[in-house]
Design a protein around this ligand. Structure first.
Ligand code: NI
Length: 226
């Protein structure tokens, strides 16, 4: 499932986050690439353990924890600490699939990547190119979102970033392991949860709300692993 989560960060958070990122020291992006993707990757990023990455990363994670649409769609079990990249001067990232497992540096934590996320820090009119292109069975999807918006997409998909030919594209990218491994099952649960929320808004006393909510939780109980 491809899903846009709008306004993960407020304007104030964006301004602060950008200031921290712009003052930080950047390194070659290939430090977190596997062998295959290192052939395709050409950008710069913040070191995983940098104080700037942790500060802005924690701000993102704090905000996501309050986003009901994100929580419902992703059902996160473990989230990789957000990383940050920058594309400029023709930087691009050719077609690749993200590594299946990510190790959190300096810890014993490993995360199966079920969902990939890109949170845009630059506005679309600040740069030329830099589209995130995702291929799935329905075809090709291009994303170039407003600053503060985030895209969720299956980590199983082939994707690439087109060359940035003008300006600079700052973004955060990271992954999560979901409590529900199957994209299809997560989609069903998300659709049902969204539908329940709409019924609740229209008629909070609807007598079917309780039994339908029970079905949601009992389906989740069937599929969840924590
Ligand atoms: Ni990727």
């Amino acid at each position: 499932m491809l899903l846009k989560i709008p306004s993960v960060l407020s304007k104030e958070q964006l301004v602060h986050g950008r200031a921290v990122l712009e003052a930080a020291e950047w390194i070659d992006g290939n430090v977190t690439a596997g062998y295959q993707s290192s052939q395709e990757k050409n950008n710069i990023q913040l070191p995983e353990e940098s104080a700037a990455a942790r500060e802005v990363g924690d701000m993102i994670l704090g905000s996501l924890a309050t986003q009901l649409t994100f929580m419902s769609a992703a059902l996160p079990c473990k989230i990789f600490p957000p990383l940050f990249n920058c594309y400029q001067n023709g930087h691009a990232f050719g077609a690749h699939v993200d590594n299946a497992v990510r190790y959190v540096k300096g810890t014993p934590v490993k995360i199966r990547t079920d969902i990939s996320m890109t949170l845009f820090f630059s506005e679309p009119d600040e740069y030329e190119g830099g589209e995130l292109v995702i291929e799935d069975t329905y075809g090709t999807h291009k994303a170039k979102l407003a600053a503060g918006d985030m895209l969720l997409y299956p980590s199983t998909s082939l994707h690439h970033v087109t060359p940035v030919t003008r300006g600079r594209r700052l973004a955060s990218f990271f992954w999560l392991e979901s409590m529900v491994r199957s994209d299809e099952q997560r989609r069903l649960l998300f659709d049902m949860d969204m539908s329940l929320q709409r019924i609740r808004i229209e008629n909070s006393d609807h007598k079917e709300l309780v039994p339908l909510t029970a079905v949601y939780h009992n389906l989740l109980r069937q599929w969840v692993s924590t």
